[in-house]
Ligand binder design. Sequence first.
Ligand code: ADP
Length: 219
Amino acid sequence: MAIKQYAVIGLGRFGTSVARRLYEAGQEVLGIDANEEKVEDAELFVTHAVVADATETKALRAIGISNFDCVIVAIGNDMQSSILTVSLLKELGVKKVIAKALGKRHGQVLEKVGADWIIYPERDMGERVANQLLSPNMLNYIELSKEHSIEEIMIPLKMAEKSLRDLDIRAQYNVSVIAIVREGDIIISPSPDRIIHKEDLLVMIGKKEDIAKFANIGQ
Ligand code: ADP
């Protein structure tokens, strides 16, 4: 994976976890916060950390913010600062600005001032938890659109020891098996002759409702 330069503005819980994960994955991460203590705490898990008020154009320029590939605005409760920061970043020519929204209205304004991707952590996490509860056989979940997703499903016992061709999942359930997770390994694009074992997980792509039907056919 190519190394990119990220800046994370606001080192609260959300910003910290984004920054830490990117840094662990070998990316270059600059942490920015107006609070000196937050910056000191972050020094262990970012490439650099600086104290700056992101609502000041001068401070952003001094950092050279327009050279970053992607800037994440993780300012929490101060909605006005988050909106002003996103708008300044776009004015300064930052290509990709990702911003965290507290709610729908906040998100709409962030979109107006040019945010390229808006994240609603509470809403998204809530949906994720509900989805997990609704499908006990569902382990991992990636939302592709409102209707479609990729999900990791435990196979119903009665389907074990049969081949994908025999199971005819695509025709029966309108979903495709794109991979099989077997003992920690992953078999990509399994051939129709592959026999499914009872401990296997199927990685499926399709409409959420179709995948849910498959996941709930019972053991
Ligand atoms: P979370 O809910 O993710 O913990 P917080 O609201 O606790 O979010 O944290 C947001 C962080 O953003 C705080 O550390 C705060 O100091 C920082 N912050 C707020 N306004 C600015 C600003 N204008 N410039 C830089 N950092 C800011």
